[in-house]
Design a binder for this molecule. Structure first.
Ligand SMILES: NC(=O)c1ccc[n+]([C@@H]2O[C@H](COP(=O)([O-])OP(=O)(O)OC[C@H]3O[C@@H](n4cnc5c(N)ncnc54)[C@H](O)[C@@H]3O)[C@@H](O)[C@H]2O)c1
Ligand SMILES: [Zn+2]
Ligand SMILES: [Zn+2]
Length: 399
C-alpha cells in the first residue's frame, strides 16, 4: 500500500510499504478514507522530539472496516468507523475507570498508547491506505452515513481534536455564563472555542497572532485577541474592565476577582512570545494563564509539554522544567488539568451533536489532499502558511 513515512526532521515521503495484517484476533484492518495532520505531528516533524525515523504517522483516522479478527464482535466488514487516537484495551485499571489515555496494557514503555507517534507504543499511523486497529471492539466508533458524505470531515475530527477541544473546556470547568480565555487558535483552540460555546460560556476570548485563525475564532463566537498587538492577558483584563454592564451586578469585593474563571492552553511547549521578543518561550502561555485566571478558577492545559525538549531555550527547559509562578497559582487556589485526552469519554455524544446538526467542526478544515500532497502540506502547515489551518489527507483521491 501507499503511506506517508517519516524519514527525519522536515522529511516526509510517500512510498510503498507492506500492507498491515491482523496480528491478534482482536484486531481489525481499516481502509482509510480520511486522515488528518495534527499540530502534534509537527512536534516530531520539526525535530523537537527525539525519535527514530521510519514510521507511518497519523492518529486522526476515519475509514471503512476491511477485515476483522475472529475475536471482534461489535463491528463488521463494511462498517464506517473513526478511531480515538488513544490505543486502549478497555479492560485495564485505567481504562475501566475512564482513562483510556493512560491504558496500561498497550504501551510497554508507559501509560497510554497511540497511532503513529513516537513514544506511544510503536504502532503505525493512518496516513496511509490501510491501518491496523488493535482492540477493535473498544477502538472503533461506528458512524452513520456513507464515506465521502457531508459529515466525512466532521467525523475525522472525532479522532482527536474535537474531543480534545471539548476536554479542555471540561478541565477548565466551563459552565453556562462562564468567562473563558483560550490561548491558541490552531485547530485545537478553535474547537475549544466551539466547545466553550456549546457549553454555554458567557464570554470567550481566543488568543493568537495569525489573522485568518483569529477570524475563524470570531466566526465561532469568540472575541479575537491579537497577541502581536500587546500582552494578551492585559488586553483581556482591559476589555473586561471597560465592559461597564459586567460591573453593574457585582457583589461586595467582587471587583477583586480580576480575570476570567476558565483558562485554556491550546498552544503547548512551542509557544511564541508574539508581543515581545517574537521567539519560542515555552512557559509563556502558562505564565499568562496563572496571571489571567481569577482566584478559584480552573486551567485546562491540553497543549503538549514534554519531559525532554531538545529545542528548549535553557538547560532546565530542555529537561521539561519550566519556570512558572507556582506561588501565585497556589495562592489563587487555581485547579489545573493536564494530559492526553480520553477521547472515548466524549466521541459518541460529539458524533451525535454533528449528526443532529448542532455542531459543524469541519468549518476549520482548509485542505483536502491526496496522500502525495502530504510532504508539501506538512511543510506549509509547519510554517503556518496562509490558508493552512487543518489538512485532511484523502488516500482515495488521485494525485
Ligand atoms: N492533549 C491532547 O490530547 C492533545 C491532542 C491534540 C493536540 N494537542 C496539542 O494541542 C496543541 C495545539 O494543537 P493544534 O493542532 O491546534 O496546533 P497548531 O500548532 O496549529 O496551533 C497552535 C497555535 O498557537 C498559536 N500560538 C503560539 N504561541 C502563542 C501564544 N503565546 N499565545 C497564543 N497563541 C499562540 C500559534 O500561532 C498557532 O496558531 C499542540 O501542542 C498539540 O500537540 C494535544
Ligand atoms: Zn492529535
Ligand atoms: Zn487499558
Amino acid at each position: 500500500m501507499k503511506a506517508v513515512v517519516y524519514k527525519g526532521p522536515r522529511r516526509m515521503v510517500v512510498e510503498n510499504v507492506p500492507d498491515p495484517r491482523l496480528e491478534d484476533p482482536r484486531d481489525a484492518i481499516v481502509k482509510v478514507t480520511s486522515a488528518a495532520i495534527c499540530g502534534s505531528d509537527l512536534h516530531f516533524y520539526d525535530g523537537c522530539t527525539v525519535t527514530q525515523p521510519g514510521f507511518i504517522p497519523g492518529h486522526e483516522i476515519e475509514g471503512v472496516v476491511a477485515e476483522i479478527g475472529s475475536g471482534v464482535h461489535s463491528i463488521k466488514v463494511g462498517d464506517r468507523v473513526v478511531m480515538p487516537f488513544n490505543i486502549a484495551c478497555g479492560y485495564c485499571f485505567n481504562c475501566v475507570r475512564g482513562y483510556p489515555n493512560a491504558c496500561l496494557t498497550t504501551n510497554p514503555q508507559g501509560a497510554g498508547a497511540g497511532y503513529g507517534y513516537p513514544g506511544l507504543g510503536g504502532y503505525q499511523g493512518g496516513q496511509a491506505e490501510y491501518v491496523r486497529v488493535p482492540f477493535a471492539d473498544y477502538g472503533c466508533l461506528k458512524l452513520p452515513g456513507q464515506p465521502g458524505d457531508q459529515w466525512e470531515d466532521d467525523f475525522v475530527l472525532l479522532a482527536d481534536i474535537f474531543p480534545t477541544g471539548f476536554h479542555a473546556t471540561v478541565l477548565a470547568n466551563v459552565q453556562e455564563g462562564a468567562s473563558v480565555a483560550i490561548y491558541g487558535a490552531g485547530p485545537v483552540g478553535l474547537l475549544a472555542t466551539l466547545s466553550a460555546r456549546l457549553r454555554g460560556a458567557g464570554e470567550v476570548y481566543t488568543v493568537d497572532a495569525i489573522p485568518e485563525r483569529l477570524q475563524c475564532a470570531k466566526q465561532l463566537g469568540a472575541t479575537p485577541i491579537d497577541a502581536s498587538q500587546g500582552d494578551p492577558a492585559d488586553q483581556i483584563l482591559d476589555l473586561r474592565q471597560k465592559n461597564t454592564a459586567l460591573k453593574q451586578g457585582l457583589l461586595p469585593g467582587e471587583e477583586k476577582m480580576k480575570g476570567v474563571l476558565c483558562g485554556i492552553d491550546a498552544v503547548g511547549y512551542e509557544a511564541i512570545d508574539y508581543w515581545d521578543a517574537h521567539q519560542r518561550q515555552s512557559n509563556i502561555v502558562l505564565e499568562q494563564l496563572i496571571h489571567l485566571v481569577a482566584p478559584t478558577g480552573h486551567l485546562g492545559i491540553i497543549g503538549v509539554y514534554r519531559p525532554e525538549d531538545p529545542c528548549g531555550q535553557t538547560e532546565a527547559i530542555k529537561h521539561g522544567e519550566l519556570p512558572i509562578g507556582f506561588g501565585e497559582m497556589w495562592y489563587k487556589g487555581q485547579a489545573v488539568g493536564t494530559g492526553q485526552t480520553p477521547v472515548a469519554r466524549y466521541n459518541r455524544l460529539l458524533r451525535d451533536l454533528i449528526v443532529n446538526g448542532r455542531a459543524k467542526p469541519s468549518v476549520i478544515v482548509t485542505q483536502r489532499l491526496p496522500l502525495d500532497g502530504a510532504p508539501e502540506a506538512y511543510a506549509k502547515f509547519c510554517e503556518r502558511a496562509p490558508g493552512y489551518v487543518k489538512v485532511v489527507l484523502k488516500p482515495g483521491l488521485a494525485a
